[in-house]
Design a protein. Structure first.
Length: 92
């Protein structure tokens, strides 16, 4: 819900459509991993949870403050963390 609200707030229909496709693909991969391993993902529990909370809090704080530069930096950090996570769990 957080991600969808941030993307929709940008007011860009193309970005919203792109986001929805990417988000669906990421969730499908994460769900498949969860089912295959029968283990709760680290990002839902354990130390990964606090990392994710921190990167999302940084985005929220920047947007709430109206600081576009800080928001951009926070979103890029979010992308870096997610890319590293996906690479570490790539089944191929």
């Amino acid at each position: 819900m957080f991600h969808a609200n941030v993307v929709r707030a940008a007011g860009n229909a193309y970005l919203t459509a792109l986001y929805e496709g990417v988000h669906t693909a990421v969730l499908s991969q994460e769900h498949e991993l969860w089912v295959r391993t029968e283990a709760e993902p680290g990002w839902l529990a354990g130390p990964g949870r606090s990392v994710l909370l921190g990167i999302h809090q940084a985005i929220y704080d920047a947007v709430a403050a109206g600081d576009a530069s800080r928001a951009q930096t926070a979103v890029l950090r979010h992308h870096e963390v997610m890319l590293a996570h996906l690479a570490a769990h790539d089944p191929g």
